[in-house]
Every structure is written in structure tokens, then in C-alpha cells.
Design a binder for this molecule. Structure first.
Ligand SMILES: [Zn+2]
Length: 178
């Protein structure tokens, strides 16, 4: 009986060139494998811009999706989906899209009833702001860390709870300064 190739390895191959290109253009890159048939590569920049490509194994093979968000300074507050790989590659290069590029609005499965930030960098900056503001309050309920929403990879929440010792943070790349 033939052994099935590990789908994660196949996904990694699909996303490797994107990760390499992100690194070349100065993005801090993280790769994750949330499930056996899922892979994700994302890059972030100081200023709140981020890029993400996800791969999901379907009946028709690997389906790759592209998501981008520009910097806070450029007025971006939410992620957008991009149809074309070429537009995504251009965003990796320039952190911008042409005015005539159609941005796909995204549906979120997050039902956390908590405030959310679109990227880890934005969430960490928010956390730093809160901690600075309350430095003398000695508040046990103060937010201590950020975590990725378990229902939406493009949302980050703040929490006062310590991290579960057996659960690793979902970001596995280097960190961009705030
Ligand atoms: Zn959520």
C-alpha cells in the first residue's frame, strides 16, 4: 500500500515561495499549521500592515487564499481578501493595492463578544498602551497578553488570563518592534 504524502509538506511547498518573498521585502514572517489539511504563512510590519496566505486541502486539491491589510497610517482598519495572486505579490512588494483592485469583504466567525484587533502587532500595541495607562493601578484584571481568535485567524484579542502552559502562542516568527 502506498503511503499518502503528508499534506502539510505539500502545503509548505505551496507557501514557501511566498514566505521567502515576504522575508526578502522586509516582512517578519510566521508559518503555522493549524490542522492536518491547513497551512498559513503571514507577514507583519511595524505600522500594522500584514499579509497572509492560507492553504486548505479540498476535494480539488489545495486552495490558496490571499489576505492583506495596510498600515494604520494609511487608514486600513480591516483585512481584505484578494482574488489574484499577482495583486497579492504586488502588495508584498509595495504594501499597497491599485485603486481599481477589488477588495473582498470578509465574513468573521468570531463570536467572542470581545474587542478585537486585526493583527498581532496592532493588538500588542494596544496592550502596551493599556499597560502604560494603568501602570500604577496594580489591577489584577489588567490585560496581560494577546492571543489569536480561535474562530478567525485575522482577529486578535486581549486577555488578563495567563497563557495555558501547554498551549503555544500561534505566532512562531520573529517579533516586530512596536
Ligand atoms: Zn474572537
Amino acid at each position: 500500500m502506498d503511503r499518502q504524502p503528508d499534506p502539510r509538506v505539500a502545503a509548505q511547498g505551496k507557501l514557501d515561495d511566498l514566505a521567502e518573498m515576504m522575508t526578502r521585502h522586509g516582512w517578519a514572517v510566521s508559518r503555522q499549521y493549524p490542522g492536518a489539511a491547513e497551512a498559513r504563512v503571514e507577514g507583519e510590519r511595524r505600522g500594522g500592515a500584514a499579509v497572509m496566505a492560507t492553504a486548505r486541502l479540498t476535494d480539488k486539491g489545495w486552495k490558496i487564499r490571499y489576505y492583506v491589510i495596510g498600515s494604520e497610517e494609511d487608514g486600513w482598519t480591516r483585512w481584505a481578501g484578494l482574488k489574484k495572486r499577482s495583486t497579492f505579490l504586488e502588495f508584498i512588494r509595495s504594501s499597497a493595492v491599485d485603486a481599481d483592485t477589488r477588495l473582498q469583504p470578509l465574513h468573521s466567525h468570531c463570536r467572542c463578544a470581545k474587542k478585537h484587533q486585526a493583527t498581532r502587532w496592532r493588538a500588542l500595541r494596544r496592550l502596551a498602551g493599556i499597560q502604560l495607562h494603568r501602570i500604577s493601578a496594580d489591577d489584577l484584571k489588567m490585560e496581560k497578553r494577546v492571543y489569536r481568535c480561535p474562530h478567525d485567524a485575522r482577529r486578535w484579542h486581549l486577555t488578563s488570563k495567563q497563557e495555558h502552559p501547554h498551549r503555544r502562542d500561534t505566532w512562531q516568527g520573529k517579533t516586530v518592534s512596536l
